[in-house]
Each structure stands twice: as structure tokens, then as C-alpha cells.
Design a protein around this ligand. Structure first.
Ligand SMILES: N[C@@H](CCC(=O)N[C@@H](CS)C(=O)NCC(=O)O)C(=O)O
Length: 221
């Protein structure tokens, strides 16, 4: 029986982050797919916030994707997914925080807000964040390779990638693809797509377009 149990949902980008780390490290795990519309009774015994992903390791529980991923990196250190020296580790955590507090909220606002004016504001916000990534991350940190920190893939790559795999839904419903001027971001997405760990659990764009229709065009009740 697998030592690690993961509670996940295939549509969830946060759970996708953790599944990518499990894949990349080749960790044996038991996958429990949760129907978020109909969660099992007592799910909060496993996941105190009632969300996915959640991880059970023996009799211990860990939740919150960014924390789960750091936990996995500590317990299963190969291959290491955080840089070694403290300043680079600090940079990695800054970018993980940037994903959680800036890029992801702008993505969600654009996809979910039915108000056209608000969507235009969200597009500007998202553009600004992509520009910052292009210049501050890929223009400065990634000089010797295609990943966030150049040569080696890291938790930062796996933290952002799920939203980029879902980007076709933004393009479909809000006409906002990844702007062509952000060449490094586009190269990075391509490099990530080619990783075995990413390929192993990738979904086609049609999958997200179908699944995200209910966020983009909610039906009035
Ligand atoms: N901050 C959390 C967010 C996780 C999250 O929002 N998961 C969503 C699905 S993508 C969820 O489980 N929603 C169920 C609910 O809130 O009832 C993380 O990083 O793990």
C-alpha cells in the first residue's frame, strides 16, 4: 500500500501542482479523486479547509498546495526542486507567493467575472503580471536554460504551470491568449509541456474549455 495518499480533483490547478511534483519525483502514491460538487462526508477530517489538494502521509495530514509541495521536496529530496542557496530559495518562495497572490487571482477574475468592464480591468492586470514575469523572472533568473531558474526545473515551474495548461479556456471565453510579445514565457510553456512528468498527466485544451464553461458563462438560477 502506498505511503502517500493524495486527495485531488482533475480540474483543480492547485491539485495539479502537487500531482506534478509527485510525478517528477517518481513517488508512489494512492490517488483519491474528489467530486468537489459532492464531497465525501467528513472530508474535513482529511482536509480541514475542505479543499483539494490534501495529502495524508501515515497518520499525518498536510494541506495547501504550496506547503504540500515543500513538504514533498523535504521528505523525498530527489530530484531537489528548490535551489540550494538561501537567496535563491527566497526568490523561489517570492515567485510562489506571486503566483498565489497576483497571477492566480487575476486569472480567476478574468475567467469568472461576467461584467465586461471588470473583465477589461482583469486583462490589464493579467498583462501587467505577465510582463513582470517576462522581465523579472525570464529576463534575469532563467539565463542558462528554459526553466524559471534556468537549467533545472523547480517547484516554481510546477506552481505556475497548471494555469498555463488551462490558458486555452481564457482564450476561448475571454479572447486573451498569451500575448506573442512574451516570447520567453511562451518558450517556457513549451519546455514544460515537453517534460515527462507534465505529459503523464496533461489534459487537452478541449478538456479545460468544456470543464471551465460553467465558470466563464454561469447559468442564472
Ligand atoms: N490555497 C489552496 C487552494 C485550493 C483550492 O481552492 N481548491 C479548490 C479546487 S481548485 C477546492 O478544493 N474547492 C472546494 C471548495 O472550496 O469547497 C491551495 O493552494 O491548495
Amino acid at each position: 500500500m502506498a505511503e502517500i495518499k493524495i486527495y485531488s480533483a482533475v480540474t483543480c490547478p492547485y491539485a495539479h501542482r502537487t500531482r506534478l511534483v509527485l510525478q517528477e519525483k517518481g513517488i508512489d502514491f494512492e490517488l483519491n479523486e474528489i467530486d468537489l460538487q459532492n464531497k465525501p462526508a467528513n472530508f474535513t477530517d482529511i482536509s480541514p479547509y475542505g479543499k483539494v489538494p490534501a495529502l495524508v502521509h501515515g497518520d499525518k495530514r498536510v494541506w495547501e498546495s504550496a506547503i504540500i509541495n515543500e513538504y514533498l521536496d523535504e521528505v523525498f529530496p530527489n530530484p531537489p526542486l528548490l535551489p540550494k542557496n538561501p537567496i535563491d530559495r527566497a526568490q523561489a518562495r517570492i515567485w510562489i507567493d506571486f503566483a498565489n497572490t497576483r497571477l492566480v487571482p487575476a486569472f480567476s477574475n478574468l475567467l469568472r467575472n461576467p461584467d465586461i468592464q471588470k473583465q477589461e480591468e482583469a486583462k490589464k492586470e493579467l498583462y501587467k503580471h505577465l510582463e513582470f514575469i517576462e522581465n523579472e523572472a525570464f529576463g534575469k533568473l532563467s539565463l542558462n536554460g528554459p526553466y524559471w531558474f534556468g537549467e533545472s526545473v523547480s517547484l516554481v515551474d510546477f506552481t505556475f504551470y497548471p494555469w498555463f495548461e488551462r490558458w486555452p479556456a481564457l482564450k476561448q471565453y475571454r479572447g486573451f491568449g498569451i500575448p506573442t510579445e512574451f516570447t520567453r514565457i511562451r518558450q517556457w510553456k513549451h519546455a514544460l509541456k515537453e517534460l515527462d512528468s507534465v505529459k503523464a498527466i496533461a489534459n487537452p485544451k478541449e478538456f479545460y474549455i468544456e470543464k471551465y464553461a460553467r465558470f466563464a458563462t454561469p447559468v442564472a438560477v
